[in-house]
Ligand binder design. Structure first.
Ligand SMILES: [Cu+2]
Length: 70
């Protein structure tokens, strides 16, 4: 399953790599890509292991607001 999360403006590239490394350590995340310029996070995940809501919560716990998903 795939989802793209739209975040509030990321202020610098290290924010993007921080989110990327959190996702890499997360069970159920198969592929993740953080697009710094558009503040988007593309995630391919196993829905039997993790849900979109849990993914959003992880990103928000790291300090970044999720303002949309598709
Ligand atoms: Cu930053």
């Amino acid at each position: 399953m795939k989802v793209t999360l739209q975040l509030e403006q990321l202020s610098c590239p290290s924010c993007a790599s921080k989110i990327g490394s959190i996702l890499k350590q997360t069970k159920g995340v198969l592929v993740s890509e953080v697009l710094f310029t558009s503040s988007k996070v593309k995630i391919e995940f196993d829905p039997e292991v993790i849900t979109v809501e849990e993914l959003e919560r992880l990103v928000e716990k790291a300090g970044y607001k999720v303002i949309g998903r598709r």
